[in-house]
Design a protein. Structure first.
Length: 114
């Protein structure tokens, strides 16, 4: 089982980025995105279930959108109106059979300049 995230980069405040996460080895009912800013703990960004229902952290609600393509085993994070405080390493993750986020990708760095 492997999760591979990509799409990070440097963007100016107010700009947009789209992260992608490719899952291989199995399909997951719930997938999520997390982020870890320098010197801070990892935090939840949002999640999506198999039917497409989403849930977001308050800090990104209205700016970020999670989507998925089940046939391709892909999950996306569209980030709009980016702020410097969105700077972080972004991780995709998937819930295992126990209901916890048991599978993690390697992370992709997003840097938002002011």
């Amino acid at each position: 089982v492997q999760l591979q995230a990509c799409g990070g980069g440097l963007v100016q405040a107010g700009g947009s980025l789209r992260l992608s996460c490719a899952a291989s080895g199995r399909r997951f009912s719930v997938m999520g995105w997390f982020r870890q800013a320098p010197g801070k703990e990892r935090e939840f960004v949002g999640s999506i279930n198999w039917s497409g229902s989403t849930y977001y952290a308050d800090s990104v609600k209205g700016r970020f959108t999670i989507s998925r393509e089940n046939a391709k085993n892909m999950v996306y994070l569209q980030m709009n109106s980016l702020k410097p405080e969105d700077t972080a390493i972004y991780y995709c993750a998937a819930k295992g059979d126990g209901g916890n986020y048991a599978y993690w990708g390697q992370g992709t760095l997003v840097t938002v300049s002011s």
